[in-house]
Design a protein around this ligand. Structure first.
Ligand SMILES: [Zn+2]
Length: 170
């Protein structure tokens, strides 16, 4: 396993190309790059030669959860439209952002916030009589809420933490 350059704990492979390997540390949140050849020397060959790394897989799963969660929130919100009208446009998107941030970390949380903002304002903020400032007021409020959720829960993704514990136990 590759040690972190800064705190010497276990680092994970973020991106890998033929020549360079970008590493990230889930403990001190640093990222840096090294030569692919150097990575081969200092780590288990199996780990680095495998292009589909565990970190990459759990990150992709995080983005998938973000997209599916937002899609589910949108369809539920559309189903509830007759009852709710255009009230609370972002009500169901907030849990979708929280789930994406908890399982996927910062990136998926930010993606869920972004998608929710787009979809929520597109589908539910189009009441013609409403003053435009009220619309932006809600959009900005949701961005703040989504950002706070993502920043507070998304720093240590659950999927990656579980993986690290599992690895240490073996
Ligand atoms: Zn570190």
């Amino acid at each position: 396993m590759l040690p972190c350059k800064f705190c010497e704990r276990e680092a994970v492979v973020l991106i890998r190309t033929a020549r360079r390997v970008w590493l990230g540390c889930p403990h001190c949140y640093q990222t840096w790059e090294i030569d692919a050849a150097q990575a081969e020397m200092t780590s288990d060959v199996g780990m680095v030669s495998d292009t589909d790394t565990i970190a990459g897989r759990s990150l992709r799963r995080g983005y998938l959860i973000a997209i599916l969660g937002v899609a589910l929130a949108l369809s539920l919100r559309l189903v509830l439209r007759p009852a709710l009208g255009n009230a609370s446009p972002f009500l169901l998107f907030t849990p979708a952002v929280a789930i994406a941030a908890i399982y996927g970390g910062l990136g998926p949380g930010a993606l869920a916030t972004f998608l929710s903002t787009l979809l929520g304002s597109h589908f539910f903020l189009i009441s013609p009589g409403e003053p435009i400032i009220e619309k932006w007021d809600r959009v900005i409020l949701f961005l703040i809420v989504g950002g706070v959720i993502t920043m507070s829960t998304g720093r240590e993704p659950l999927a990656r933490t579980k993986g690290a514990c599992h690895g240490r136990g073996r």
